[in-house]
Design a protein around this ligand. Sequence first.
Ligand SMILES: Cc1cc2nc3c(=O)[nH]c(=O)nc-3n(C[C@H](O)[C@H](O)[C@H](O)COP(=O)(O)OP(=O)(O)OC[C@H]3O[C@@H](n4cnc5c(N)ncnc54)[C@H](O)[C@@H]3O)c2cc1C
Length: 581
Amino acid sequence: MTATSALSPRDGGRRIVIIGGVAGGMSAAARARRLDEHAEIVVLEQGAYVSFANCGLPYHLSGEIAGRDALLLHTPASLAASLNLDVRTGHRVTAIDRHAQKVTIATEDHGFSLPYDALVLAPGAVAVRPPIEGLDHPGVHTLRTIPDVDALRERIDELLAARGQHGQAPRAVVIGAGFIGLEAVEALTTRGLQVHLVELADHVLPPLDAELAPLLADELAAHGVDLRLGVSAQAITSVGDLAQSGEDSPAGAVTLTLSDGATLAADLVIVNVGVRPASTLAREAGLELGPTGAIRVDADQHTSDAHIWAVGDAVEVTQAITGARIPVPLAGPANRQGRRAADSICGRRTTAQAAVLGTAIVRVFGLTAATTGANQATLARAGIAHEVVHIHPGHHAGYFPGSEVVHLVASFAPDGTLLGAQGVGRAGVDKRIDTLATAIRAGMGADDLAELELAYAPPYGSAKDPVNMLGFVAQNVLDGSMPQWQAADLDEAMATTLILDVRSRPEFAQGHLPGVLNVPHLELRARLDEVTAAARGRAVSVHCASGVRSYLATRVLLAEGFDARNLSGGWLTLKAVHPNL
Ligand SMILES: Cc1cc2nc3c(=O)[nH]c(=O)nc-3n(C[C@H](O)[C@H](O)[C@H](O)COP(=O)(O)OP(=O)(O)OC[C@H]3O[C@@H](n4cnc5c(N)ncnc54)[C@H](O)[C@@H]3O)c2cc1C
C-alpha cells in the first residue's frame, strides 16, 4: 500500500476513471470534480442508469414512491451539465492493465481501451445465487436495479389484472428474510399479494439478536405473511400456463419445494439471500483481496496498486468491535469511501476510514428494527466478554398520549464500554440507535450513556431517556448492585433457584412459569417469610413484566440478605426467547 499521492497531470489535467456509477463511484466522481476543476473524470457504468436510488427500489415496488423518475437522481446529461463529468452507461469494464494503466471496455457493439492516471473501483456487489434447482425460471426475480423493479412491477400489474378473472390474490414467495427481503415482503403485501417468506436461519433478520426477532415475526403474521423459518428452498418448478395446468393459476406460476418437504405455489418469486463483493476484475488484475474475497484497501481507500483506489460493497472494512476485516454492504460507508478516495486522489488530507459499525435500519410494516455495533452472536463468536441488558421503556413520556414501547438490547464490556445495541418498536427506535451508534464511535460506556443530555419534552422523550436508562441499568449490572439472569438461562434458573414472579395477580393469571412463587412487588416486604420458606436456601431469580418492578424487588431481597438476581428484560424478553411458555 502507498501513502496518499497527488497524480501528475495528463495533457494539462489528470484522467480519473471510475468503474461503477452509483453510490460509491458517483460520490468519488462528484467529490473529485469539486476538488479538481481540470481533471478529466470518466465514469463507466455497465447498466443503463447511473446515480439511481437503489435503497428506494422497494418503495417504488410498493408504490409508496409513485414515480419511477424519483429514483433517477441524475442522468449522464445532468452530470455533464452540473459537474462536467463524462458518464458512459452501457460501458462494461472487462479488464484492467495495471502495467499500462488502462482499462478495457466493452459496449453493446464495440470494445476499446482507456488509459487512466487514477482508477477507482466501485463495482458494488453481486447477488448470491443459492443452490436452488430451477432458479433460472423467468418467474424468479431479484431486486437490485431499476430494470429489476420494472420487471417486478410489470409482473405484479399483470397478476393483479388477472385477479379479476381468477378471484384469488396473486401469490409471492420471498426467499431470504434479510433487510431487502423484508422490504420486498412489505412492498408485495402492500400491493395486495399473498406472501410467503422463506428463511434458512431460525429467525427473521439474522443480524438481529434472537430475542428481538419474534416481534418482527408477529408483525409479519399480523399482516398475513406466511413465515417459514429454518428451511431452504430446494427447487422451483413450472406449473405451466393456465390452459396446460388446468388450475386456477395465471400463466408463469411455479411451485417451490422446501427442505422440509412442504410446497408453496407462487406467481412470482424474489430471491434475496445476500451479496458478495464484485471483485472479479480486481482479482484478475492481481490486486490484493482479503479472505472474504473483498478488495483490500488502506485507510485512504488505496488498493495494493498505487494508482488504484476501491470503495463500497466490493471492499473490506474493519468491523469496529471485533476488528474483523469484512465487507459491509451499506450505502453510508460506500458514499463516505467514495468521497475519501477522491480526497486521496486529489492529494487532499483524508479523514482516515473509521472502523465500520454496520449501523442499519429497516421498516417492517408498523415496526422499525435497527442495529449498530456487534450483536450478541458476533461477540460470542469473537470471544468478547460482555453483559447484555434488555429494557422496554416508552418512546416518550408514558403520561403523554401515544407512548409506544421501544424494545432495546445493548451489550457492554466488563469495563462498561458500549459494544452494540439493537432496537425494535413502533416509534423512536431510529433516534435511539443513531445516538447509540454515535456513542460507540466516541468510545462511550455505561457511565457516559447515563450522563447524556438528550432533548426532552413529553411528546419526544422522557427526562430519563431510554438511552440514559440503558446506561443506568448497565451501571447497576456492572457495579454489582443489580445481579441479573438471562432468559436463555431459564432451565438452569428453574432447576437451581426459586423463581419469584413479582407481577400483579391479574398479570400472573394471564400466563406464568410453572411452580413459581407469585408475590406482587408491593406485597414483598410483608411476605418475606414466604420467600424464605420457598427458597429453601436457594438463590432467588426474580422477574416481572419488563424488569423494572423486579429490579425494585431484587434490591429489597438483597438488602434482606437473599442471594437475588433480576431477569434482564422480564417476561417480555422471556416470552420472546421461549415463545411456547
Ligand atoms: C434494493 C436495495 C435496497 C437497499 N437499501 C439500503 C438501505 O436502505 N440502506 C443502506 O445502507 N444500504 C442499502 N442498500 C445497499 C446499498 O445500496 C449499497 O451498499 C451501495 O449502493 C453500495 O455502493 P457501491 O458503489 O459499492 O455499489 P453500487 O451502488 O451497487 O454500484 C455499483 C455499480 O457498478 C456497476 N458495475 C459493476 N461492475 C462493473 C463493470 N465491470 N463495469 C462497469 N460497471 C460496473 C454496477 O452495474 C453498479 O451499477 C440497498 C441495496 C439494494 C439493492
